[in-house]
Ligand binder design. Structure first.
Ligand SMILES: Nc1ncnc2c1ncn2[C@@H]1O[C@H](COP(=O)(O)OP(=O)(O)OP(=O)(O)O)[C@@H](O)[C@H]1O
Ligand SMILES: [Mg+2]
Length: 358
């Protein structure tokens, strides 16, 4: 029971945030810059071949390890420890209530016997972790305990990939939690910091769109759907006869036919807005809330020019694109123009790098 507790909770030396996702490896290193401020020291994004990370699992360990190695080299960091994350679907969390004042051993035994009842896989396949949240309101004899059970293989694969690249896997987080950590960097841009409001953070990646609703300090909703920038590549392939790899390069570097914006980008943006609207309607119909006050877009597709206003006009919700580095100092070696384009995709890596300071 200890191993994951160590990964999830250890006080750590400074870490690189390492986000392993379907299209790329992303690494971020932050350093304290005095008065509670942060400095972006270095970052890198290294593309992954298409078969390397599939459905959030490592399908090709060698290719993944090599990409991490290249990413780390390009980044030029002196740190060796990394913080990584597993997707929410690989982790089941549950709040349970226990008597107050149990010893560590008693708590472990209680957590284990509770866990057997609600975990749909064999206990040998999971790592269990728990954290005492505090006393139950109006009953000092009971405490609320958060239990997390995660698929061991997802964690071990990630650590193996990092270690194969010469790094040390030190911390393991859950993706939605890393996102939430980094969202605190974006919060100051929202009116009144959106204190008692629902904020939908929408991460549009290459294959997946993740919708996370944050209210105050809590994630009240998290869901993913199969939608992302790969759809653009497929359309480019269909209409203009490029390979998917060529499409990926062309859409970032320009050089596509004049009709590209109207034929591909506009419909994609409309589809993205429809997907977001549906997800938010689903959230509202299944929760006690009746409003979402803000949408924050992130992930690589958030850089598509004009997406913000298409989403805002369809949903009628104030929308902005996340820039986790807006208030940070930035090391001189970093190209600011490129950083602006990369920033929305770096939010999870950034949240992981912030583990150095918690
Ligand atoms: N300038 C750009 N214009 C258009 N699309 C872009 C641009 N930059 C990145 N993208 C797209 O963003 C997507 C990658 O985003 P991101 O890095 O957030 O995905 P990912 O996290 O690897 O994927 P997933 O979340 O699905 O696992 C790709 O589809 C890429 O083509
Ligand atoms: Mg992603």
């Amino acid at each position: 029971m200890r191993s994951l507790a160590e990964l999830f909770a250890l006080r750590s030396p400074p870490v690189i945030g390492l986000d392993l996702s379907a299209s790329s490896v992303k690494m971020v290193e932050l350093a304290p810059a005095g008065r509670g401020e942060l400095c972006l020291q270095s970052y890198a994004i290294e593309p992954l071949p298409r078969d390397a990370v599939v459905d959030a699992g490592i399908a090709n360990l060698d290719a993944t390890t090599e990409a991490i190695r290249r990413c780390y080299k390009r980044m030029g960091s002196r740190l060796k420890h990394v913080a990584m994350a597993v997707p929410g679907a690989a982790v089941i969390t549950r709040k349970i209530v226990c008597p107050a004042g149990l010893s560590d051993d008693e708590m472990e035994a209680t957590v284990e016997s509770e866990a057997i009842q609600y975990i749909p896989f064999a206990l040998e396949e999971v790592n269990l972790d728990f954290q005492v949240l505090g006393p139950v309101s109006d009953n000092a004899e009971l405490v609320e305990v958060l239990v997390a059970a995660s698929r061991r293989e997802k964690i071990e694969d990630r650590i193996a990939a990092a270690e194969g690249a010469g790094l040390i896997g030190l911390l393991m987080d859950v993706e939605s939690h890393a996102l939430q950590t980094a969202f605190e960097l974006v919060r100051p841009r929202l009116p009144a910091q959106a204190r008692d409001q629902n904020v939908a953070v929408v991460d549009i990646g290459s294959s997946m769109t993740q919708v996370t609703v944050i209210r105050g300090p809590e994630v009240v909703y998290a869901r993913e759907q199969a939608f992302g920038g790969n759809q653009v590549n497929i359309e480019i392939q269909r209409l203009y006869g490029l390979s998917l790899e060529e499409a990926e390069t062309a859409k970032k570097g320009g050089g596509l036919p004049g009709g590209y914006q109207a034929e591909v980008v506009e419909p994609f943006m409309q589809n993205a807005a429809i997907e977001i609207q549906r997800a938010l309607q689903f959230f509202l119909s299944s929760s006690e809330y009746n409003r979402i006050e803000h949408i924050v877009l992130c992930g690589g597709c958030a850089t598509i020019q004009g997406l913000e206003s298409v989403v805002a006009s369809r949903t009628r919700i104030a929308t902005l694109v996340a820039n986790p580095f807006a208030k940070m100092q930035v090391a001189a070696k970093i190209n600011l123009k490129r950083l602006m384009a990369d920033a929305p995709a770096l939010i999870t890596a950034c949240g992981l790098a912030m583990r150095s300071f918690d």
